[in-house]
Design a protein around this ligand. Structure first.
Ligand SMILES: C[S@@+](CC[C@H](N)C(=O)[O-])C[C@H]1O[C@@H](n2cnc3c(N)ncnc32)[C@H](O)[C@@H]1O
Length: 193
C-alpha cells in the first residue's frame, strides 16, 4: 500500500492553489448533481481539497463524510473542518477494503485520484453499490495515461477498466462525456429502486 503520512506535507501538493486550474473542483461538483440535504461520501479525501466545495453543495441540512485510511489524514480532515467552519463535514477512518458506509446511506460518492490505490476493486465496487441510496451516483475521477500530474504510469487505470469493474459489481457505469484537462470521469449510477 502506498502510504500518505504527514498530512501537512501532502497539503502543499493537494491544496496547491495552482491545482484548481486543471482540477476544476466546481465543475466536478456540478457534475455530481448534488441537491441540498444530500449525504456525500468523499472516499480517499486526503487533506480535504474537495470538502469546502462539497460542504457548500449539500448545505446546512446535508452531510459530507470525508473518509481516508490514513490516520493522519483523518486527523487533518477533522481539524480542517473545524478551522474552516465546515460544520456539515465529518472526518472518518475507512479501511483499505471497506469504506464502512451503512446500507443505502449515501446519495453520492466521490473518489478522486484514489481508485487506483484500491486493491480488490470489484469487491469494493459491490460495497459502494450497497452503500448507495436508490438513484445514487458514484463519481470516480482519475488521471489519464498522458497526464502531466498523477502517479507513475504503471499505476494508472484506463477508464474502460473502471466501467468494467463497476458493471461487474452490478453498478451500471459509463465514462462521462465531460472530462478534465488531466483526468477522466467515470460515473456509476444505482437504479431508482
Ligand atoms: C492521491 S490522494 C487524493 C486525495 C484527494 N481525493 C484529493 O483529490 O486531493 C489519495 C488518498 O486516498 C487515501 N486512500 C488510499 N487508499 C484508500 C482506501 N482504500 N480507502 C480510503 N482512502 C484511501 C490515501 O490515504 C490518500 O489520502
Amino acid at each position: 500500500m502506498h502510504r500518505f503520512e504527514k498530512a501537512e506535507d501532502w497539503a502543499k501538493e493537494f491544496d496547491d492553489p495552482a491545482r484548481d486550474a486543471w482540477q476544476k473542483p466546481a465543475e466536478v461538483v456540478a457534475l455530481m448533481k448534488i441537491a441540498p440535504g444530500m449525504t456525500v461520501a468523499d472516499i480517499g479525501a486526503g487533506t480535504g481539497y474537495f470538502e469546502p466545495h462539497l460542504s457548500r453543495a449539500v448545505g446546512p441540512s446535508g452531510k459530507v463524510l470525508a473518509l481516508d485510511v490514513e490516520p493522519d489524514m483523518v486527523r487533518y480532515l477533522g481539524e480542517r473542518a473545524k478551522r474552516e467552519k465546515l460544520a456539515n463535514v465529518e472526518a472518518r477512518a475507512a479501511q483499505l477494503a471497506d469504506p464502512g458506509l451503512g446500507d443505502a446511506s449515501v446519495d453520492r460518492v466521490l473518489i478522486v485520484d484514489t481508485w487506483h490505490h484500491i486493491d480488490a476493486r470489484p469487491a469494493y465496487a459491490a460495497k459502494l453499490l450497497k452503500a448507495l441510496k436508490p438513484g445514487g451516483l458514484v463519481v470516480i475521477v482519475d488521471f489519464t495515461m498522458d497526464a502531466k500530474h498523477g502517479p507513475p504510469k504503471e499505476h494508472r487505470i484506463a477508464p474502460e477498466k473502471i466501467v468494467e469493474e463497476l458493471k461487474g459489481a452490478g453498478l451500471p457505469a459509463q465514462i462521462a462525456t465531460e472530462s478534465l484537462p488531466e483526468q477522466y470521469i467515470v460515473i456509476g449510477a444505482r437504479g431508482a429502486t
